[in-house]
Design a protein around this ligand. Structure first.
Ligand code: C5P
Length: 252
């Protein structure tokens, strides 16, 4: 087990930076409870729509001031001009990563990059966030993709096609199932990031996830970032759960 002294983390900090914890809470006060429990562990914090729409830019700045890397998971999908402006505002917040839907197309994805670059041109103290594309939501079955959305074929083929479009648009990676990380690396190169939810330690509850991998398997498959929610956030001792997962990631 990695050891902790006075809230500081003496384990593998680079590996901790690959563990993303979703702050899926209705308000900042509840998110701060988990932050306190995980204090000192230099993990990535993922802020999704629920928390961002409630607590807004101020809470993102609070996370940054506390030293966390922040993934703003707001999955933009709009006309290029609107996404360009959204990306510019998000980049000014100083986040480390944000995302857009690949199904918005290459012009929209390129506009996200342009918006981020415009913010940096205006304030060179900012750094370019990693811009990640959502491929096919893991909640979408092949039947829904084929019959409702109208995309034929297998989900994995659609994911790879979207990943290639994201790479061609200059984006830095995709959100995907860990089961797709290796195929995405083959299609888009090993530096193209994969951000993978659907992580469950051996024996843990699957909750509503279906195609899962353990933390060790996901690292071995080449996932760059592991999004681990309920196995940590719903644990009786979230800190101990996070440290056990980090240990497994380090050993992989
Ligand atoms: O609790 P759990 O580990 O399932 O949480 C996974 C996190 O990853 C949640 O914040 C969920 O919204 C997010 N996510 C996901 N599947 C996707 C994209 C995001 O589970 N395809």
């Amino acid at each position: 087990m990695e050891s902790l002294t006075n809230g500081t983390y003496s384990g593998d900090a680079a590996m901790a930076g690959r563990l993303m914890i979703p702050l899926d809470y209705p308000d900042a006060a509840r998110a701060r409870v988990l932050m306190e429990q995980l204090k000192g562990i230099p993990c990535y914090m993922k802020v999704g729509m629920q928390l961002f729409y409630a607590a807004g830019p101020d809470f993102v700045r609070e996370l940054k001031d506390s030293g966390y890397s922040v993934f703003l998971d707001v999955k933009m999908h709009d006309i290029p001009n609107t996404v360009r402006g959204g990306a510019e505002s998000i980049t000014r917040l100083g986040v480390d990563m944000f995302n857009v839907h690949a199904s918005g197309g290459t012009a929209m994805m390129a506009a996200a990059l342009e918006g981020a670059e415009k913010a940096i041109a205006a304030d060179p103290s900012l750094k370019l966030p990693l811009i990640i594309a959502v491929t096919q939501l893991t909640s979408t079955s092949q039947q829904v993709m084929n019959d409702e959305i109208g995309i034929p074929g297998a989900v994995e083929d659609a994911v790879i096609r979207y990943a290639k479009l994201a790479a061609a648009s200059g984006l830095h990676g995709v959100v995907a199932s860990p089961q797709e990380s290796a195929a995405i690396a083959l299609a888009c190169g090993p530096a193209f990031r994969t951000v993978t939810p659907g992580i469950r330690p051996a024996g843990a509850s699957l909750d509503d996830q279906s195609r899962v991998m353990t933390p060790g398997q996901a690292i071995r498959q080449g996932s760059h970032y592991l999004v681990v929610g309920r196995p940590i956030t719903a644990a009786a001792d979230p800190r101990a759960a996070a440290l056990t997962i980090l240990e497994e990631m380090s050993q992989a």
